[in-house]
Design a protein around this ligand. Structure first.
Ligand code: B12
Ligand code: SF4
Ligand code: SF4
Length: 270
């Protein structure tokens, strides 16, 4: 495909993603992503590959290794809104994953064959879990111009703040990146996200640039404690109770994981 055809395909794909249910989407280069901070930090991170939601590592991938198909040149990142007034988008129902996650998976499942049929571009639906070959979705989103990593260590978008969930697919052609952007709402904020954390997960500096050989660290300044946050997830799991839920024959355990650091962020709340 020549440049003109690639740009035409790019805008048609973003339009189709929206039609299928994506709230935001954008392209990032696989070559750039392989050098992104999470990829260089993860191999050195204590507790990588442990904790809530981790799956069996049967591919033998080390932290920081993604199972990119060799032909993958571009990543398309999709974000779906998880608004505060629809908390159920984020809840687990027993072993059934959250409704918002199912929307994301459905968008990508439909988009992959559409891209191939329409433009002859090869696609690959990236798994969610990094230990199953997935990518670090926040870095991909920043490179694709969806927003920045806030002082809460998650993606903050201008439109919806951090209240989005992410998924990605790869394409076998080089589509120009749609990011990054200069957006940075944290400079003038009183750290509302950090103050809302029930586990004080941002209390101290755990990682220093000189020890890890990189300036960009978890929560920007190396203060995000994954074990502390994971501890809150364990509590959320323990306190969850079975209850009757529409669409389920029997009562089901409804797990509501902590979201304080995203719900406290004023960005995107009008
Ligand atoms: C693992 C994981 C967890 C686990 C960890 C336990 C375990 N199983 O290991 C824990 C419990 C910490 C967790 C918690 C949460 N998670 Co989580 N989690 C992930 C997962 C699967 C991988 C994250 C990872 O390993 N990152 C890599 C490590 C090395 O780094 P890191 O801590 O993220 O720090 C890096 C970034 O901050 C980056 N960075 C910082 N500044 C900058 C600047 C630039 C320019 C760039 C490019 C990068 C960058 O560099 C750092 C490394 O140096 C992702 C999904 C995915 N496939 O990406 C979701 C994901 C990050 N989680 C998500 C969410 C929402 C949460 C929670 C709010 C819980 C919830 N209710 O869902 C909390 C928030 C915690 C927080 N404040 O960070 C969302 C975030 C959405 C968003 N808006 O960004 C994701 C993307 C999943 C999704 N469904 O979309 N999570
Ligand atoms: S609450 Fe403030 S510091 Fe935290 S992510 Fe939002 S804008 Fe940034
Ligand atoms: S999800 Fe909850 S426990 Fe984890 S960092 Fe955010 S506010 Fe803290």
């Amino acid at each position: 495909m020549n440049n003109k055809e690639l740009l035409k395909a790019s805008s048609a794909i973003l339009k189709k993603a929206k039609e299928l249910g994506a709230t935001l989407s954008g392209f990032a280069s696989v070559a750039d992503l392989k050098k992104a901070p999470s990829f260089t930090f993860a191999p050195q991170m204590p507790n990588a590959g442990e904790g809530i939601g981790t799956r069996k590592n049967d591919l033998g991938l080390k932290p920081g290794e993604a199972a990119w198909p060799e032909y993958a040149k571009t990543v398309l990142v999709i974000a779906v809104e998880h608004p505060e007034d629809k908390p159920e988008m984020d809840w687990w129902f027993g072993r059934v994953d959250p409704p918002g996650n199912r929307v994301l998976a459905s968008v990508v499942r439909q988009l992959c064959p559409w891209i191939t049929d329409t433009f002859g571009i090869g696609t690959f639906h990236m798994p969610y879990h990094v230990e199953k070959g997935g990518t670090y979705l926040k870095d991909a989103s920043v490179l694709a111009g969806l927003g920045c990593i806030g002082r809460n260590n998650i993606l903050v978008t201008p439109e919806l703040g951090p209240r989005v969930r992410l998924r990605a697919l790869t394409l076998d052609v080089e589509i120009p990146s749609t990011g990054p952007t200069a957006f940075d709402p944290c400079a003038n904020c009183a750290d509302l996200c950090r103050k809302a954390c029930p586990q004080n997960s941002f209390e101290e500096t755990l990682y220093l640039s000189e020890d890890y050989g990189q300036e960009i660290l978890p929560a920007r300044d190396g203060s995000f404690s994954r074990p502390a946050c994971n501890g809150q997830m364990e509590i959320d799991n323990t306190v969850a109770r079975e209850q009757p839920v529409n669409g389920f024959d029997d009562p089901v355990k409804v797990i509501k994981y902590c979201r304080n650091c995203e719900l406290a962020c004023p960005v995107g709340k009008n």
